[in-house]
Design a protein around this ligand. Structure first.
Ligand code: SF4
Ligand code: SF4
Length: 444
């Protein structure tokens, strides 16, 4: 019989949770240790306990609860570091006095690592010592995952991503859905072409709840005359390895896209309106290939829209209303794309009324970092939404637009629950709906 001592993959969770506490704790420590290096040491030794990160975090601001202070969320990670790698840890270890983390301490911290952190990076921006708290929380998840310490629904979705290929389902289910969208919207969606210049990827949430996003990007790519395809074996842009802390799965999901692009001769992998997909593929892909990916451009949809609007290849009708824009954290604050959506909104003739906190200081929607997939985090998500809602209402703008499918799902759900009168709109869909495809539509 094979004895599993740590999850080799997401599907080992149940066995992991049955292991003795000491083994699970040791697995968590092993996961933390993978991340410890000079950068972590610098961060963890730099905190001056000024508390500024608390004032930046939507979960602290909306609850007033000190446990949601960003740097506090790192306590088990920090303890693990000081007990194993800290300045005097060698002495304590030699004397057999090195204290150990207990499983119950880690269980208490699970909520702080997964429920009350969207990896939004707003605290990182506020920290005078430049401590990247969001990155450290993400790294702490690698240890928690190895101990089977993560929310049930997030664990289940992660298992689906590994076992079924995607949280959305098996490749056959993807093919069926693509054909159903073709039929419903009278469009042809290229699938599994052996050669193409661009590999298009999708977010399963959009496939399920916003199929117009798939239709919209298809119409835009066809209008641009791009040779593109979906792949039933590499369509998944969301990365639940990245969100859950399953580092191996994160690598597998990212490499699947890049390897498929290389196989079909594509030079571009286009990411959908998703936030963390951009972080995982654009900024972390190099981690799996030992260096920068030079032969493939990892491109976000909002880059494609802005670049082609600026070059005149995409022309759009003027909507002529007022709009406000929610900056998705991973695209804007963590991803550097703040100008692209503004180029698109301007081209659409929308007068932009910025939120009080916008661009890199924008508040998270409340559902990022896997928190949307976490059922028990619903009360915290609601509070984060209300913070955002007040800012949106204060602008008085007619349109409320964003460029992330996950943010959109969070706003959709909270809007429905609260009866708010604003409907979030997709930047991509606005372009697709207003694109001038011939003289006739220009006159309309
Ligand atoms: S990354 Fe965002 S959610 Fe997480 S602790 Fe920092 S401000 Fe709060
Ligand atoms: S803002 Fe930075 S230095 Fe200040 S308490 Fe938070 S992590 Fe520590």
């Amino acid at each position: 019989m094979t004895v599993i001592t740590k999850p080799q993959s997401a599907r080992d969770f149940d066995q992991q949770r049955d292991l003795p506490d000491a083994v699970r704790t040791a697995n968590a420590m092993e996961g933390f240790l993978v991340e410890f290096g000079p950068r972590t040491a610098t961060y963890l030794n730099s905190c001056v306990r000024c508390g500024l990160c608390a004032e930046a975090c939507h979960f602290y601001l909306t609850t007033g609860d000190a446990k949601y202070t960003p740097i506090h969320k790192l306590k088990p990670f920090e303890d693990a570091y000081h007990r194993t790698q800290g300045a005097f840890s060698w002495l304590a270890k030699m004397a057999g006095m090195a204290p150990r983390l207990s499983l119950s301490e880690l269980q208490d911290w699970e909520e702080l690592i997964y429920d009350s952190c969207t990896l939004c990076g707003r605290c990182t921006l506020a920290c005078p010592m430049g401590i990247d708290i969001a990155e450290l929380v993400k790294e702490a998840r690698h240890g928690m995952f190895r101990a089977g310490l993560l929310p049930d629904r997030l664990a289940q979705i992660t298992i689906n991503a590994e076992v079924k290929h995607s949280p959305f389902g098996e490749p056959d289910e993807f093919i069926e859905t693509i054909h159903a969208i073709e039929k419903e919207f009278s469009i042809t969606l290229p699938l599994d072409k052996p050669k193409a210049d661009l590999l298009m990827t999708l977010a399963p949430g959009d496939l399920e709840e916003h199929p117009q996003a798939t239709v919209g990007i298809a119409r835009i790519l066809d209008h641009l005359g791009i040779d593109w395809t979906f792949s039933s074996l590499a369509f998944e842009a969301t990365n639940f390895g990245y969100l859950s802390g399953d580092l191996e799965l994160q690598g597998e999901l990212t490499c699947r896209l890049i390897d498929k692009a290389r196989e079909i001769g594509a030079t571009t992998v286009l990411l959908p309106e998703c936030g963390h997909a951009w972080g995982a593929a654009r900024w972390e892909a190099a981690r799996w290939y030992g260096g920068p990916i030079d032969d493939i451009r990892i491109m976000h949809t909002i880059e494609l829209l802005a670049e082609n609007i600026q070059s005149g290849k995409i022309r759009v009708k003027q909507i002529g209303d007022t709009a406000t824009f929610h900056d998705p954290c991973q695209q804007i604050r963590r991803g550097g794309l703040e100008e692209a959506p503004r180029v698109v909104l301007k081209a659409l003739g929308l007068e932009l009324r910025e939120l009080e906190h916008h661009k890199e200081t924008s508040f998270c929607c409340g559902g990022g970092g896997g928190v949307l997939a976490n059922t028990r985090a619903a009360p915290l998500r609601k509070l984060a939404f209300e913070l955002k809602q007040k800012e949106i209402d204060a602008t008085g703008a007619e349109h409320f637009v964003t460029s992330c499918g996950q943010c959109r799902l969070q706003f959709d759900r909270e809007t429905k629950a609260s009866g708010w009168d604003k409907q979030v709109e997709s930047l991509l869909e606005l372009v697709a709906e207003n694109m001038i495809v011939n003289q006739k539509s220009e006159k309309e």
